[in-house]
Write a protein that binds this ligand. Structure first.
Ligand SMILES: C[S@@+](CC[C@H](N)C(=O)[O-])C[C@H]1O[C@@H](n2cnc3c(N)ncnc32)[C@H](O)[C@@H]1O
Length: 209
């Protein structure tokens, strides 16, 4: 039997859609979820902790790295009408759910544009003012480092990266790793600080150099 991780491109589990009621940016919405995507029954606890600590998004380009069914992308787009949100995931079921959730939420509230795409569909020269992510820790340390190395340098100078990571899954060692990274030209990524901690999760903020 093939393994059906939430980070599978095409989950093997039956695509049984269902509606769940969630609060996004202080408003209640029904959103569509399905098996085979991350946290299909509710907004993940780590995601909630991130949303409680992250400052309002800028009226600029925001990347939701590993968007799932979309709680971070939808919240950013509800909070800041001037934002342009790029929501990236390898899981095509998650991307389909987010596209449908964009339509659902937009029928009830003003929503900034959200593009839900695979990593390869993001133009190679696209850069961002902010990156929000509940990253896929379970892909393993090397793959996680590769993922962050691919995307954090695309956050512009002065921009902000916010990550939520469970303490027992290596939040502190990830913070140490982030603070010693530099881009190909030797420019440090930036300084990293812990800006919040709740329910076993740490929220990390990296200010781009
Ligand atoms: C911890 S989940 C967070 C999902 C969503 N942001 C949330 O808060 O509910 C991490 C997400 O990263 C996605 N992912 C895994 N590997 C990825 C990669 N290489 N590029 C982009 N997304 C990836 C997974 O499919 C999953 O949806």
């Amino acid at each position: 039997m093939s393994e059906d991780h939430y980070f599978t491109a095409q989950p093997a589990s039956a695509d049984q859609r269902r509606l769940i009621s969630v609060t996004l940016a202080g408003q209640q919405f029904d959103v569509e979820t399905a098996p085979g995507v991350f946290s299909p029954g509710h907004i993940d606890l780590g995601t909630s902790v991130l949303l409680r600590h992250v400052p309002p998004p800028p009226a600029g380009d925001i990347l939701d790295l590993g968007c799932g069914w979309g709680p971070l992308a939808l919240t950013a787009a509800l909070l800041e009408p001037g934002a342009r949100v790029t929501a990236v995931d390898v899981n095509e079921r998650a991307l389909d759910l987010l596209r449908r959730n964009v339509e659902r939420v937009r029928s009830r509230a003003a929503l900034a544009p959200i593009e839900a795409v695979t990593p390869g569909q993001v133009p190679a020269d696209a850069t961002f003012d902010a990156l929000w992510s509940n990253p896929p820790i379970r892909v393993g340390k090397a793959a996680l480092h590769d993922l962050l190395t691919a995307w954090i340098p695309r956050v512009r100078s002065g921009g902000d990266v916010y990550l939520v990571v469970q303490k027992h899954l290596g939040a502190d060692s990830l913070a140490s790793w982030l603070s010693v990274q530099s881009d190909d030209a030797g420019v440090p990524w930036g300084s990293t600080e812990k800006i919040g901690s709740a329910k076993g999760f740490r929220v990390l903020h990296l200010k781009r150099t």
